[in-house]
Design a protein around this ligand. Structure first.
Ligand SMILES: [Zn+2]
Length: 80
């Protein structure tokens, strides 16, 4: 399942800037219940980053904020 999640998909874009994705990451919240996962089940969130955003020191924090906002709002937003 993880392998499938880390394969590139059409429509992938950088989570931060919306640019072409270079890497695919899986975000695993430490408290999955808060993200709508059934108790005891891990919630995996797939995201992409471009070369530019990947490796920037502020990116992990930014990415987590965007993922949290998306999960809380139930929708997907592009940073375009
Ligand atoms: Zn980017």
């Amino acid at each position: 399942m993880i392998d499938e999640m880390t394969n590139p998909r059409p429509g992938d874009h950088c989570l931060i800037c919306g640019g072409p994705p270079a890497i695919i990451g899986i975000f695993t919240p430490r408290e999955p219940e808060k993200y709508g996962a059934p108790c005891g089940k891990a919630r995996l969130v797939r995201y992409c980053l471009c070369d530019h955003c990947h490796g920037r020191p502020e990116t992990p924090e930014k990415a987590e904020k965007i993922i949290r906002a998306e999960l809380a709002g139930g929708g997907v937003t592009n940073a375009e």
